[in-house]
Design a protein around this ligand. Structure first.
Ligand code: PLP
Length: 485
């Protein structure tokens, strides 16, 4: 029997501090007073807020216990498809926390910001090199923000040619933010169905591409974890009618150093530094969604631009055709510092290896669970693999039951019911940072669950059993969240 990392019962309950406090208890001891007491103003001695009286250990245990109710990548495997919840080396946090970087202020004069400006300048060059594009802006604060900037670049490019187009093609395997970004910029999103292989067929694109269509937004690798093999042909079709090709590159950790996006016909691409390049994803912190472009779109990039002349770096607003500013100052600098440190510490060979491992890990899971869970697209995948609950359906077990039960085994559930094109999807992204041993235990857990689905389906229907909170009424939890604890 494998040792699963699931709870052992030492996850301790904790009440609210108000329920825990006891009148007169305190967390400090001051020396005995040796002066006359001096009364405070009435206002200060009046009835204050009803803070609980607590000892030091009450407070320490309270917050330590709460912190242990969290689950993160530092705790265990977090195979949330489409989110790249990978482990980020701590050294990159450290470099970004260096005093000169963490304390830099965007209003400092350029003469005192040469290091930060050089870092941004070089990071743009590195990202251009990694993607095979020619110019980069680091301003956008998220992936979806990068998409928005991309749409504005497309608009600016057509405007410059004296054209105004109204539609954007968005395949059904695109990330959900894509059609939203297109419509935020006033385009109507034209859906296109993927083919039986889960990718775009050139014929389907040809059928909708016309002179009123500004371009296409392709998520590549797409949300089924498949590489859009026909991207070159698709790009040719779009270009032949004056459209531009936007690639959503949030999944770049599958193809770093392997796919040259410029060469496969991509004009604009965004990256998620807070997925691929060592900023933790999730948790609500700042992000960065750099936009990389081919040289013909460079004049439209947001200002300011970091420029270099004779070894001196500065910010330039001199770009008459620019779409303008899209973020205060120059984006979220701390995220850039982590990405810079990550890229420098990895180097080209190891970046490529990271992608190869991400793809290998996902395919290993896919092959290991073949026949146990249904594979809607049974072909080699990229960095994530998608299963469904079709086999378990016959026992009355759904994707949700499987995901809930996985928590009992000590794993964060994968993404479920996404992508929408796959019924009952279970989307697993192990990332490059999980070891074979850990992946093997995860596979064992999913195998054990498949067996339980057959032999003891009730166990799954009521799961989780070992977690602090048992099966929630999801609708009530979403509509009437209990935020008090
Ligand atoms: C995560 C993701 C996005 C959105 O990125 P945000 O930073 O959350 O806005 C867009 N596209 C794909 C493919 C993604 O995986």
């Amino acid at each position: 029997m494998k040792e699963f990392p699931g709870s052992t019962g030492l996850s301790i309950n904790e009440p609210l501090l108000w329920e825990k406090g006891k009148k007169g208890r305190n967390g400090f001891s001051l020396p005995r007073r040796d002066v006359e007491p001096c009364p405070l103003d009435d206002e200060l001695t009046g009835e204050g807020p009803d803070f609980p009286d607590l000892s030091e250990i009450d407070v320490v245990r309270h917050y330590t216990r709460l912190s242990q109710w969290n689950f993160g990548v530092d705790t265990g495997m977090y195979p949330l498809g489409s989110c790249t919840m990978k482990y980020n080396p701590k050294t990159n946090e450290r470099q970004a926390g260096t005093k000169g970087f963490a304390g830099a202020h965007p209003l400092l004069p350029e003469t005192l910001s040469q290091g930060a400006l050089r870092l941004m300048f070089e990071l743009e060059r590195f990202l251009a090199e990694i993607t095979g594009m020619e110019a980069v802006t680091l301003q956008p604060a998220a992936g979806a923000h990068g998409e928005y900037v991309g749409m504005r670049l497309i608009y600016a490019c057509h405007k410059n040619r004296g054209e105004r187009r109204s539609k954007i093609i968005v395949p059904d395997t695109a990330h959900g933010t894509n059609p939203a970004s297109a419509s935020l910029c006033g385009y109507s999103a034209m859906p296109v169905k993927s083919n039986e292989k889960g990718i775009l067929s050139p014929e389907a694109v040809d059928a909708v591409m016309d002179e009123d269509t500004a371009g296409i937004m392709v998520t590549n690798p797409n949300t089924i974890g498949l590489f859009e093999e026909n991207i070159r042909k698709v790009a040719e079709i779009v270009h032949s009618k004056g459209g531009l090709v936007y690639a959503d590159g949030a999944n770049m950790n599958a193809v770093m150093g392997i796919v040259h996006m410029g060469r496969i016909g991509v004009d604009i691409l965004h990256l998620n530094l807070h997925k691929t390049f060592s900023t933790p994803h999730g948790g609500g912190g700042p992000g960065s969604g750099p936009v990389c472009v081919r040289s013909h779109l460079k004049p439209f990039l947001p200002v300011p631009r970091v420029i270099e002349a004779n070894g001196i770096y500065s910010l330039s607003e001199d770009l008459p055709e620019s779409i303008g500013k899209v973020h205060a100052f120059y984006g979220n600098f701390g995220v850039m510092a982590r990405a810079y440190s990550y890229i420098r510490s990895m180097g080209p060979e190891d970046l490529k290896k990271a992608s190869q491992l991400a793809v290998l890990n996902a395919n290993y899971i896919k092959e290991s669970l073949r026949g146990i869970y249904h594979l809607p697209y049974d072909r080699p995948c990229m960095h994530e693999c998608v299963f469904t609950d079709k086999v378990q359906e016959s026992y009355g077990i759904t994707t949700l039951d499987i995901a809930k039960r996985l928590m009992d085994y000590g794993f964060h559930p994968p993404t479920i019911y996404f992508p929408l094109v796959v019924h009952g999807a279970l989307m697993i992204e192990p990332t490059e940072t999980e070891s074979k041993e850990d992946i093997d235990i995860f596979i064992e857990a999913l195998k054990a669950i498949a067996l339980e689905a057959k032999e003891n389906p009730d166990l799954l229907r009521n799961a989780p059993h070992k977690c602090r909170v048992k099966r929630l009424d999801e609708t009530t939890a979403a509509r009437k969240p209990c935020l008090a604890g």
